[in-house]
Structures are given as structure tokens and as C-alpha cells.
Design a protein around this ligand. Sequence first.
Ligand code: PMP
Length: 428
Amino acid sequence: MRTETSKKLFAEASRCIPGGVNSPVRAWKAVGGTPLFIQRANGCTVTDADGNTYVDYVGSWGPMILGHAHPKVLQAVQDALREGTSFGAPTAREIRFARYLTEALPSVQQVRLVSTGTEAAMTAIRLARAFTGRTKIVKFAGCYHGHGDSLLVRAGSGAMTFGVPDSPGIPESLASQTLVAAYNDLDEVETRFRAQGAEIAAVILEPVVGNMGVVMPQSGFLEGLREITARHGALLIFDEVITGFRLAYGGVQTQRGLEPDLTCLGKVVGGGLPLAALGGRRDVMSRLAPDGPVYQAGTLSGNPLAVAAGLATLELLQRPGTYERLEEMGAQLESGLVEVLRRRNVRGCVNRAGSMWTLFLGVDEVRDLEGAKACDTAAFGRFFHAMVEQGIYLPPSAFEAGFLSLAHSDAEIDATLAAADRALAALE
Ligand code: PMP
């Protein structure tokens, strides 16, 4: 596969953009080599700057549930475009969009639109602190909630430890307000609440994790967190930026009948344009300015093009059979990959929820960050490159979710499995 143009573009980009990319994981540092520059995308494929076309499982890291360049989404954006691109004033579309979210998610009575998942999570934390009058938050190792200062913290080596910043530039004094627990370890959360419950404003988590690869909540974990937070007067924040409208119309909470106090949404709800949302209980949300004193704002929040794309996407997702089809394809891919692992005698496991999936190599089971970190990242790098060579574009890291879209079909899944078979054979 010739990728000379991508290589040339990356060299050029690296001179004027730090690391050549505008978001770090795009740089392929985790798998080696240099990234493909994408020229265009359509349905379940992306085409690079050299004209190579790949079956795409990155899906812009989650938003493209309908596939790329869906005609109805493009039409909605074009219609909005003719009316102007941004007004900095309220628009009728925002009301329709907010209603879709409040109708889909019983826990969400009001929503505030923002442009990125990072803003949604950052605002959730500010609001939880203001509402409870407390400062500490609990997050889980391996869960990503954007790059806000309080949230860019993961576990130290110990069990429940005080947070250590993941990035220079975050004051220790702030990071130390973030307590980090192991995902799926309810006892650890309970212990910390017993000691410091009166200081904890909120627990934030991905109710199904995408950011250490796919990791499922064990039975009773989410329910346990709901019970502990309620008992201690702390808020429960579900970060459904990935899972919202991907695993069900609504999210993990609607699938499982749970009611967090606040919910972060992004990715799918924006249909591939910059749109995200924070939603939740009216008594909490109404503390946001201008109703309340908690300040939050955005020049491009609720941007008309983004809201048009989001509305078109949610309308298409309302069609019957949508999530059944995604589940069916996901199950097909999962069982096929498990079979390929067995046939090639390669140790590994597939974690999957609906249309999001991760193949972990070198481990039998992953249920938290420690488990994920035990996987064979070097083998994954070789597997990744062998897949790219065969026209299959996977997320360029062992710790990411791959995404199916409604534009994928049995033919692409079969081609992916055949490619995986050859790629794993080459690992032997
Ligand atoms: N929360 C989760 C669960 C995410 O996966 C992400 C992005 N990968 C974010 C928040 C941040 O969203 P954004 O990149 O739009 O700021």
C-alpha cells in the first residue's frame, strides 16, 4: 500500500502543528509509524490522501454511527448553512434538540449545549461542586472525561489514592481533590466514602468504558454507585459521551433503568459536528447561569450547523431496528474474532458492548485498567499495521474502542475477519 502522500503531509504538518496532529492519539505513537491523512469518507469507509480506501472502525472516535457523509445529515447541514453559520443568539432548533434529549433520557430534565465532551464534563464537575458545597470528586482509573484540569488524573499505583496529575501544568493542589478508584471496585468507593464522604461532591464514570478499550461494568457496580452517592449526598455523573445514543436510544442509563444526577453527552448527538451536552436534574441544572450563579458559556454553543446535524442523526436513530442491527453486527464481529483467536491459537479476548468493541491481545479477561495494561501492546501494534495493509482502519491504540456503524454490512465484517485471520497468523 503506497502512503507516500500521507508521509509527506505528516512531515509538513509536524513543522507547524505540535506532533503534526490536533489531538494526540491521531499521531499513531502507540502503534508506531506515521498517520494516514484522510481525504474523504463515505459510508463505512475512509479514503486517504494517496487514494487508498479502508473499512473504517474509528468512526471519528465514535460520532459516525450512521456512517460517514449520510445524505440526510449532509442535507440538514446544507439547509442550515444557507441561513448562516452562527448567530450567538438562541434558535428554534435548539429547543427541538433539547426535547429529544429530555424525552430520551428520563434522568435529564434540562440540558445545556456545549461544543465538546470536555466542556460537558468540566461543567458537570463545577456544577456538582457548587451544588453540594464540596470539593472532592471520585473518578475511575482508565476512564477519560476530556482534558479538564480536575479530570486529567488517573490512578497511582495504590488502591484509592490521591490523584497525581497526568499532565504538567495541572496544579497538585487541584489534582489532589480528585480521588481515583479502580473500575468495578465498589468496596474501594465505599471505603473512601466512609472516610471522606462529607467532602465528596460527585462520582463520575463511563457507565460502559470506552477509554481503556471497552470494559463492562460488573453486575451491581452501577447500582451500587447510585446507592452510595445518594446515601452520602454526592452527585452521580454518567459520562455517556461515547455510550449516549450508541448503545441504545438514550444510553446505558436507559438500557439499565438507572438515573444519574447529571449526564454528559457528545459524539453521536452531534452527528460528526462539534456538539455536546450536559443534562440532568432540574434543581441541579438550574444553578447554571443565567438562572443560577454557576458560570458556563460558549460563543459557538448550540451552533446551528451542529444542532442540525445532531437533529438529523437522532431522527434517523429513532427508526425501528437500529440498535438491534448494531447489536447483531457487533455479535457477528465478536464471535468471528473469538473464533479467529482460537483457530490461530493466539491468546486474547474481545470486550464488546453493542457496536463498540476492543480486541485485547495477550490476556484472557479485562475488567479494569490494570487488566487492560497487561495486554500485549507490541503485538497489537503489529496487528494494527497488518490490518491497515489489508485495508482495515482500526483505532491506533490497544486501549481504544472500535466502532461499527449502520453503514457497515456483513460483507465488511467478513472482510475484517478474513484480514484479522491473516494478521493474527502473521503474529504466530
Ligand atoms: N468523555 C468521554 C467518555 C470521551 O470518550 C471523550 C472523548 N474521547 C470525552 C469525554 C471528551 O470529549 P471531547 O473530545 O469532545 O472533548
